[in-house]
Structures are given as structure tokens and as C-alpha cells.
Design a protein around this ligand. Sequence first.
Ligand code: ZN
Length: 196
Amino acid sequence: MGDMVKEGAVVSLSYTLKLANGDVVDYSEADDPLEYLHGAENIIPGLEQQLLGLKVGDEKDVELAPAEGYGVYDPEDVEVVERKELPKDLTLKLGMVLAISDEDGSLSEAFVREITPNEVKLDFNHPLAGQRLFFKVKVLGVREASEEELAHGHPHGEDGHHHDDDDEFDFDDEDYEDFLDGDDDDDINVSKTHLN
Ligand code: ZN
């Protein structure tokens, strides 16, 4: 053994991601580890760099500044729209994600930050933008990637099937809702709308 995390290795990890206030915003346990292909930017580059050279069984605390994580919070990247510009049948909820298409048709995601009787503040920053990230990771496995995995730029499962995208470090809508209001009694409430 003695395989080290390096370029072209498929690495499986358990991890916990906390914010400065101690909130756990994401994790993967040993029985359902995250697998990624090192060097393929499957995970945040700042984290990837810190894992280089680790061996199976190694644990590490990795602290990332916002710029190395989900970016610096950009206060300009917020837009206030009038409620009447949004579809009437849309039930607005704090923290919900809207897929917004701009004039040239490109889609971007925005979070509902604030709701007032007449206006809605849409935030186009990543929900974890501006946050210092505190990862605790443990390397559970390292193996060489197959040619196919290298060509695809992501690991395939042991049965040869593709892993789903949700195996990546991805702070999803559900996480964000939990993060905002701390309850998880609702289903994920993702609505798509098109602003003109
Ligand atoms: Zn593939």
C-alpha cells in the first residue's frame, strides 16, 4: 500500500465542513464517502491542494479563506426586483433558489435573501460566499484512476457506473434552507422562473 493522494488518484474521503460559527453545513460519513479524482477539480481547488500527499488513514483539518473556498461575498451581486415581476403562482420563501435567465438566455441561480411586501432581494452570490471554511477530512482510500476515469475527469463507482453529481462538494438548496431557518420539515423547494 502506501498510496498517496496525487494527480490521477481516485480518493475517498469522509469529511465535515463547518463555518466559523460552528455550524456543520456539509458532511460525508465513512459509510458513504466522497470520491473524487485528484487534479480534476472535482472539489474546491483550495481543499484539493491541501490533500496532496496524504495517505489512507490520515486526517487533516483544512481551513480555507473565502477566496479559496466559495468566493468573496460581492455585495454588488444582489438584485432587488419587484414582486410583480415574478410569476404570480410562485410562493416565495426565504432561501429558495430561483433559476433566473437574463436577456441573452444564460441561466444563473439566485437565492431569495429578503422578502418585503413589494420587493424581493435576490442574491446571486454562492450561499457560502464570504465564509471561512473549516474542513475536517479523513482519507479512506486511494487508488489509481482508470483510463476511462481520467478521460472523463471523474471517478466511477466500483461497479463501473457513474457516480452522481451530488457526490461532489455541493452546497445544495436543501442545505441552504436548513442553513437559513434551521428547520428541515419542508421538502426542497426549488422553483424556476424567468425574469425578463
Ligand atoms: Zn464518466
